[in-house]
Ligand binder design. Sequence first.
Ligand SMILES: Cc1ncc(COP(=O)(O)O)c(C=O)c1O
Length: 411
Amino acid sequence: MPYSNFSKFLQEQIDDLKTTGTTKGAELVVVSVKKATNDSGPRFYLDGFKDQEFIRMNSNSYLGLQFDQRMLRAEEEGAKKYGVGPGAVRFISGTYKAHLSLERQLAKFHGREDCMLNSSAYTTVLGVISTLTTPETILISDELNHNCIINAMKLSRPKGKRIYKHNNLEQLEKQIQESVGQCDHLIVVTDGVFSMRGDFAPLDKISEITKKYNDNFPKDIVLVVDDSHGAGAYGATGRGTEEITKASGIDILVATLGKAFGVNGGYVVANGAIIPYLREKNPFYIYTNPITPSETTTAIEALNILDSEDGKSLLSHLSKMTKKFEQGLLDLGYETIPSPHPIVPLLVRDTERTTRLVKFLRDNGVLATGLNYPVVPKGDETIRFQVTADHTPLDIECVLDVLKKFKEQEG
Ligand SMILES: Cc1ncc(COP(=O)(O)O)c(C=O)c1O
C-alpha cells in the first residue's frame, strides 16, 4: 500500500520540530578511537570532522572500561564458549549459565536475595512498574524522573497517579497521607541519580517516610528506585545512591549494565516474591530476548573489577576528576549543581547561549551535551558534562581551558 499521505504527515511533524528548534538532528558518528596514553584519555574521531580529535565528555561509561583488556577478553571468551546471540527468549532456550551467575553476583553486589536481567534498564522499569501495579495501586513519582518511568506509568493501569515536585519530601509525604484509605497499595518511584542534573534523591529520607506510613496500606508501600546512573559510578564501593545516602528500605532497585559497567542490559534486584513473580508475569522479561551470553560474561568481569582494589582506585580517580572539573567550572564563574556524581551540569539558562557553547566546545575538540527545553524546564538550559575514569588531569584542564576561552570571548 502506498503511504505517501502518512509519510507527508510525518515529514510535517519533523519540520515542526526543526522550526521550534527541538529536533534531535543528525547523530554524530564515531569512526575510530585513539587509545588512551599516560597523559590523555581516549580520543574520538567523528565522521565529517577529518582528523579532528575529540575528548568525550558525554559518555555514560563512567568507569572507562570499554577498552579494558580484561573486559575485551571476557567478551571474546563468552562468545567462544556460548556463541553469539542468545537464540531465544529465556523460557524457551535462551537462559545460559552465565545469565544465572551474573544474576547471583548482582544480587550479592546490592545485598538482595534475587536479581533478574533484562535487555535494558528502560524495559526493566517498564516491566517492573506495569507488572506490579494493580487496580488498587496508587503510583507516586518525582516530576524529574526518567522518561522510562513516565512511560511505565502511562502503560500501567493504577487507581491513581501523583507527581511531586523534584525531591520535595513534604509534598511526597502529603501525597502519601492523601492516599490513605484510597487504595491498598502504593508504589513510590524515583530515580537515584537524576540524569539531566547529576543530583540525587535523598533515599534515606524517602525510605523513612515510606516506612512511617507503610501500615496504613494493606499491601504496603513499595519503594522503587532506578539508579541507572548511580550503580557502579559513585559511592566508596560503587553501590551508587543507596551507598551515598546510607539508605535502607529500598524495596526494588533497578539499574543498567550499559553505563558505569560499560556493557549493555538492565536488571532489577529485590527480596521475597518480587523477582519470582516478575519472572512469571512480566512480558518485558518473558517475551523478549535477554542480553547476549558474551555481554553477560563481560558484565561479570566488570563486577569483578569493581570489587577489586583496581575498582576502588578507578572510583577514587573518577571522584577526584569530578571534583577537579566541578571546582574548575566554579573558578571560571560558571554555575553548576555540586554533587559527588560524575555528571557535572553547567547551567547556562539560555537556549541560544547553550547552542553557541556546545558548538564552541565541538569546534575546539570537546563533546558535551546541550539540554534545551523541552528536555529540561525553560530557564534550566544546561550543558551536561560527564566525567569518566579514563579522563586524565590534563584532559580536564584541556576542557576547562576551552570553557575559559568561551568566557573571554562572550563573558
Ligand atoms: C534513570 C535512567 N533509567 C534508565 C535508563 C535507560 O538505560 P538503558 O540504556 O539500560 O535502557 C537511563 C538512560 O539514560 C536512565 O538515565
